[in-house]
Design a binder for this molecule. Structure first.
Ligand code: DOR
Ligand code: ZN
Length: 344
């Protein structure tokens, strides 16, 4: 297959940031995806519908005359009220609420200290049918960083599901065979997103010939056996798994630092990288469901009607992209050749 036409995909998990960074990165997402679920971990975080409306304006402004539709999220805190959830549901453009365990990752300090403090908000979400998007890692420093997703399933997710059995939950950016098994063995209220980096890279990629900060994200890359489990899940055709890049840009300075930020920028070539992963599994015929059908079906939204075309044309990913003030952004697969290219 040298050319492939699929229904236009959506990105069910992206960090578009704000200010100059937003203006630089949003056009990459808008070029390939019709819609995207936009993460709320700004500084300060997007905790109210009012802040989300203002953020929508800035995103629309950043993508110019593109038809791209941002789907907004609220940042859950210990104090999120049921009233705010009801306002969110009524707004029609807030599509989900994001759980960051406090201290789990970038800009999560305002996150949830104990999920039981959020019972009012969670009950309102369950009634409204508003999904909870979870960053699924415990924050206990005594738990090995590679085991934090598994511990989250046991300590937080299972009890949460039992307390709110009708709450829709998206287990975001899953990284382990344990998470795949959990999603497969639970009911239709649970879905999961999978990133390009967790499909294409295992943890060796962080240490190839030296420290590779641009391959560092959270949840951190795992062993090859986990990558294989994710590849199987994504290409299985199972409707619970869908595309979410977790594209998370940080400037080169912030990545190449004595305490480098977590996050991999992938929006420049996201759909091409997913195509590469699916081809590795001989499963290009499963890409459309994963990228374009399963996400809207889970969220109860209509599927897109436009199409995109990918062509087998090797091209070299730039080493870096310029940012304001002379800074640069190092993309995933920087300087490498990729075999698929989005042509329209
Ligand atoms: O690697 C990550 N980067 N993981 C996250 O959960 C947050 C994200 C960011 O905002 O940079
Ligand atoms: Zn994220």
């Amino acid at each position: 297959m040298n050319q492939m036409q699929i229904t236009q995909p959506d990105d069910w998990h992206v960090h578009l940031r704000d200010g100059d960074m937003l203006n630089h990165v949003a056009p990459y997402t808008a070029k390939q995806f019709a819609r995207a679920i936009v993460m709320p971990n700004l500084q300060p975080p997007v905790t109210t519908v009012k802040q989300a409306v203002e953020y929508v304006d800035r995103i629309v402004n950043a993508v110019g005359d593109s038809q791209f539709e941002p789907l907004m999220t609220l940042y859950l805190t210990d104090d999120t009220s049921a009233e705010e959830i009801i306002l969110a549901e009524k707004s029609c453009f807030v599509k989900a609420v994001k759980l960051y365990p406090a201290g789990a990752t970038t800009n999560s300090s305002a996150g949830v200290t104990d999920i039981r403090k959020c019972d009012d908000a969670l009950a309102a979400m369950q009634e409204a049918g508003l999904p909870l998007l979870v960053h699924g890692e415990v924050t206990d420093p005594d738990i090995d960083v590679f085991d934090r997703e598994k511990a989250f399933i046991d300590q937080v997710l299972m009890p949460l599901m039992n307390r709110f059995p009708r709450l829709k939950i998206v287990f975001e950016h899953i990284t382990t065979a344990d998470a795949v098994d959990f999603v497969l063995n639970t009911g239709l209220t649970i879905g999961a997103t999978i990133t390009p980096q967790h499909l294409l890279l295992n943890r060796n990629a962080m240490f190839k010939g030296g420290m590779r900060p641009h391959n560092y994200c959270l949840p951190v890359l795992k062993r090859e056996q986990h990558r294989q489990a994710l590849l199987h899940a994504a290409t299985s055709g199972n409707r619970k798994f869908f595309l979410g890049t977790d594209s998370a840009p940080h400037s080169k300075d912030k990545k190449e630092n004595s305490c480098g930020c977590a996050g991999i920028f992938s929006a420049h070539a996201a759909i091409e990288m997913y195509a590469t992963a699916f081809e590795e599994q001989n499963a290009l015929d499963k890409l459309e469901a994963f990228a374009s059908f399963n996400g809207p079906d889970f969220y109860g939204l209509s599927r897109n009607t436009e199409t995109i075309t990918l062509e087998r044309t090797p091209w070299q990913i730039p080493d870096s992209y310029p940012l304001a003030g002379g800074d640069t952004l190092i993309p995933m697969m920087s300087g490498e050749t990729i075999n698929w290219k989005l042509i329209k």
